[in-house]
Each structure stands twice: as structure tokens, then as C-alpha cells.
Design a binder for this molecule. Sequence first.
Ligand SMILES: [Zn+2]
Ligand SMILES: [Zn+2]
Length: 97
Amino acid sequence: MNCSDHPQNPITVICVAKHECQRKLCAQCAYEHNVELQQLLPIMLFQDQLQNKLKEFKLEDKKQLDQSRLSFKSLLSETEKMLQTLWAKFYSSINYL
Ligand SMILES: [Zn+2]
Ligand SMILES: [Zn+2]
């Protein structure tokens, strides 16, 4: 999943500020977004919250639940991997400053 404004950048944060925006922001968008840091939720945490919500739903069909868990798990691990590389790049670029 990449940023619509910066197609070369992956989405890293979700904006939860009470205003209208595209919500899914890349590192560059987040930097230019001009909201408090607390309003920018790392996408990993967002996925966690989403997963908790999913648990609350308690789907009646167990088969359906297992399937959604599975796909969610793979989605999560993909996102984690992506973020790990991104943060590693980010921190190493900070060290150059
Ligand atoms: Zn926003
Ligand atoms: Zn962007």
C-alpha cells in the first residue's frame, strides 16, 4: 500500500485528527501534515486496534472467523516487515545528519 501523493513511499501512519484528510499518510505526508504527533497513529498500532475490534465482533460463523484471522495475520506480518525496513532506513538516514 503506497501513498497516493507520493507513489514511491509506503503508507506508514494513519491520521486520526478530527479533520478531513486522506488518513493514510506516508512519512513525507506525515512530516508535512502539521498535526500533533499523537494524531498520527503508526499503521501497526492501527492494525492492532482493528484486530481488537474484530475480536469484539465475535462472528457467529467460526469458519469465517478463522479465515479472517488468517488473512489478517499475513497482512500484519507484511506490514511489520515493511515498517521494520522503513524505520531502519529512516534511522540510518537520521544518523547521517
Ligand atoms: Zn489528517
Ligand atoms: Zn505521501
